[in-house]
Design a protein around this ligand. Structure first.
Ligand code: SF4
Length: 326
């Protein structure tokens, strides 16, 4: 089954596996042409949204995600810490805003927040939003009531990734199910919070698994407003620290297929930029990525230094997207 350029323009959530497989199989230049054409229909290609992700509670997580240095199941040298104070988070948020970020994401290594933790996170959300930044949180699984509380505190986005295909998922995580993830996404959506949901490539999955991951995302009842596509950062001590490398062009293809199948979503080039050449990142922008994380750390792993990102934007003639009025 093929996808013609005319089919490819609309936002639709009835993507068949064969159609997504066919997109991945297109000649590289044809796929990028389709992706860039659609990108221009929905977005100004000169603009890239800048987000900052702060780990507000690091390490000691009871989940066993095989890629994650914050899991208590693995010896990675990441020390567990308590939830950061409001003052400390506000200092970080101000400096992210001054560095050009328009969205500030709060990440906590929990299976799910306890209700007393949620009280504190709601205060953080309200404080960060008061600075004129869009707010996002990633706190693990949420109940419907917890999602409603975060919405009432002013949360704009909630991140909860599907990570990979339903078929490959059990090789990566055993402590929560794909269904659990879909349930949390439904609670977030029903509470009126925008959804940030994507996955990770380079975990030893097959292309068919990348097809399955994109199908899972692009057939959600509503597409996530943000779709982070991460390249695995291998951390010593985690089961996925194998030394295997991943083809950068296959990564670019994954970004392009995300853009074609979810044309109105922000596609975020997320983890893994530190190890990517400027040329690979440029291809990702050409493939339709229009959001990145800035700042020297992405939770517990390295991210490009601000000078390198400034130079990249200058070489490519890209501009940061301004924050909407909060
Ligand atoms: S990815 Fe999140 S849930 Fe999984 S181990 Fe890491 S912090 Fe815990």
């Amino acid at each position: 089954m093929s996808v013609s350029a005319s089919d490819a323009g609309a936002v639709r959530n009835d993507w068949a596996r064969a159609q997504v497989r066919a997109l991945f199989a297109l000649p590289f230049t044809e796929l990028l042409f389709q992706a860039q054409s659609l990108h221009r229909r929905y977005f100004d290609p000169r603009h890239v949204q800048l987000s900052t992700l702060l780990s507000i509670k690091t390490g000691g997580c009871p989940e066993d995600c095989a890629y994650c240095p914050q899991s208590a199941h693995y010896e990675t040298g990441v020390a567990a810490s308590k939830l950061m104070s409001l003052e400390a988070v506000m200092t970080e948020a101000r400096s992210a805003r001054d560095a050009g970020a328009s969205r500030f994401c709060l990440g906590a290594a929990w299976r799910e927040p306890k209700d007393r933790d949620l009280d504190a996170v709601c205060d953080l959300v309200a404080g960060v939003r008061g600075l004129g930044l869009e707010t996002c949180a990633t706190l693990g699984m949420l109940s419907a009531a917890q999602a409603r509380r975060l919405k009432a505190a002013g949360l704009d986005f909630y991140n909860h990734n599907l990570d990979t295909s339903p078929e490959f998922y059990g090789r990566i995580i055993t402590t929560r199910t794909y269904r659990d993830r879909l349930d949390t996404l439904a609670h977030v959506r029903n509470a009126g919070i925008k959804v940030c949901c994507g996955g990770i490539v380079g975990m030893g999955e097959s292309r068919e698994d990348r097809v399955g991951m994109i199908v899972a995302l692009a057939t959600l009842p509503l597409h996530p407003e943000s779709v982070p596509i991460n390249l695995l950062v291998q951390v010593e001590g985690t089961p996925l620290h194998t030394g295997a490398s991943f083809d950068p062009l296959e990564f670019v293809r994954t970004i392009a297929v995300a853009r074609v199948t979810m044309p109105a979503s922000m596609v975020r080039l997320s983890a893994g930029r530190e190890g990517m050449s400027d040329e690979t990142q440029a291809l990702c922008f050409l493939a339709g990525a229009n959001s990145i994380f800035i700042g020297p750390r992405l939770l517990t792993t390295d991210n490009p230094l601000p000078e390198r990102d400034r130079s990249l934007f200058s070489r490519l003639g890209l501009q940061p997207l301004e924050a909407p009025d909060a």
